[in-house]
Design a protein around this ligand. Structure first.
Ligand code: SAM
Length: 209
């Protein structure tokens, strides 16, 4: 698996660790300016550890939905170009604003990812990657509604949390339904469970149809 420029395995504290270059954010170990990317705390990190290709590229434009307090989006912004970070909860937004202080390409937006029309005037279209990690019902619907920001040759990098859809259903059935819904708008390139890093999560890489 090829890692994009800006993502490397580095010797950090005597271990080979997935890492990006930037200011530390969540107490992760750092060596020579490279900060460990903890796959147990990041679904995109777990995708790399499992050999998936989420589509991040040096300098590329990204829309990140569900940025929370910036753990993963900080690594994404270390690698990519303009990175629009949508989060609808006010509490993590304070941390996200601090993370953005050291990354001028990171643009936090206090918005609801189910309502792309509320940020369409700010977020450019033709972006290279749409990263989505929103713990909400209707995750496939959110990914479809935000396709408008992706270039035709861009990539969707999505983590689906089964329990956010329906805690009582078998996760495999939840994932099958979500993939069917995604296929209305996307061609699925790869999908894998994120065990052992994140239980009952499916990672999906797809491109617009
Ligand atoms: N992606 C983050 C990371 O790896 O650092 C973790 C994200 S956390 C699992 C899910 C986040 O999605 C929460 O912060 C939650 O507030 C946010 N969220 C849920 N529904 C949302 C919505 N409709 N719009 C924006 N954010 C949403």
């Amino acid at each position: 698996m090829a890692l994009p420029e800006g993502v490397q395995y580095r010797d950090i504290d005597g271990e080979q660790r997935l890492a990006t270059r930037g200011e530390a954010v969540y107490g992760e170990p750092v060596a020579d300016g490279w900060r460990a990317w903890d796959a147990h705390r990041s679904k995109v990190g777990a995708m790399y550890e499992l050999g998936m290709e989420p589509g991040l590229e040096r300098g590329g434009g990204v829309l990140y939905l569900g940025a929370a307090n910036g753990t993963t989006v900080s690594h994404v912004a270390d690698v990519c170009g303009p990175t629009y970070a949508v989060e609808f909860a006010a509490r993590p937004m304070g941390d996200l604003l601090s993370v953005a202080e050291t990354r001028e390409n990171l643009i936090p937006l206090l918005k609801d990812a189910r309502k792309p029309e509320t940020y369409a005037h700010v977020v450019e279209s033709g972006l290279d990657v749409l990263v989505q990690d929103v713990a909400t019902r209707g995750q496939a619907r959110v990914a479809r509604a935000n396709r408008q920001f992706l270039a035709d040759d861009g990539h969707l990098c999505l983590a689906i949390k089964a329990r956010s859809e329906d805690a009582t259903r078998d996760p495999g059935d939840v994932f099958a339904d979500a993939l069917d819904e995604l296929r209305e708008t996307y061609t699925i390139l790869d999908s894998r469970r994120l065990d052992p890093f994140h239980a009952d999560h499916l990672a999906v890489v797809a491109e617009p149809r």
